[in-house]
Design a binder for this molecule. Sequence first.
Ligand code: ZN
Length: 249
Amino acid sequence: MKEIINFEAVYKKVAKLLVDLKQCVVLTGAGISAESGIPTFRSQGGLWEKYDPAVYASIEVFRKDPSKYWILRGDFIRNYDHYQPNTAHLALAELEQMGIVQCVITQNIDGLHKKVGSKDVVEIHGSLREIYCLACGKEYRAPHVPYGTPPCCSCGGVLKPNTVLYGEQLPMKALMKAQEVSARCKAMLLVGTSAVVQPAASLPFMAKQNGAQIIEINIEKAFPDANYFMMEKAGTVLPKIVAEIKIIR
Ligand SMILES: [Zn+2]
């Protein structure tokens, strides 16, 4: 494998490849949203250094005392409108409009891909955008949640965002779709994901097995078998790839 990490040397090649292959599936992780100021979990200085996920993000604890979870996530949800997609999210939405990106699979729960207008988005860990009453099912939308920690529904029930907590099953339909499109794509773009958390971690292997070209954009290399690796922020690389595609197609 020829590894080129300087993206200036390789982004034009990748643009040409995407135009030729199309059928590109994207897998995104926390790295793409870090550029929008979204707090990360696993990285250095991430939320899990301060908050133990086994306490603050487990379904078992949530059922006993949902206030722990709301202490961690309440501010983000109430400031939901404040967080905006960045140039990387926008570039992926443009690539979808161009007929190159088929589907964006994201591990992020911030909803930024949908906010920027990407249509086919698989949120495998759910989204903070949708909040449900566990008692009556009434839906609230971030940032419009009632006051209180934890906030309660008008019926008095506990509210929980539609995200996957530790100890919960992943949404089966989303997971099956992610696997299906990964196994069939001709190119897979890995953007800002360390791809260590299952089941997302297995998706690039499924794509690779089926002969797809793997293109990784990341500040640290995570996928050893990538055909192309660009060590740079996605918000820098992706708009350049889009601009190049507009020239050559
Ligand atoms: Zn209710």
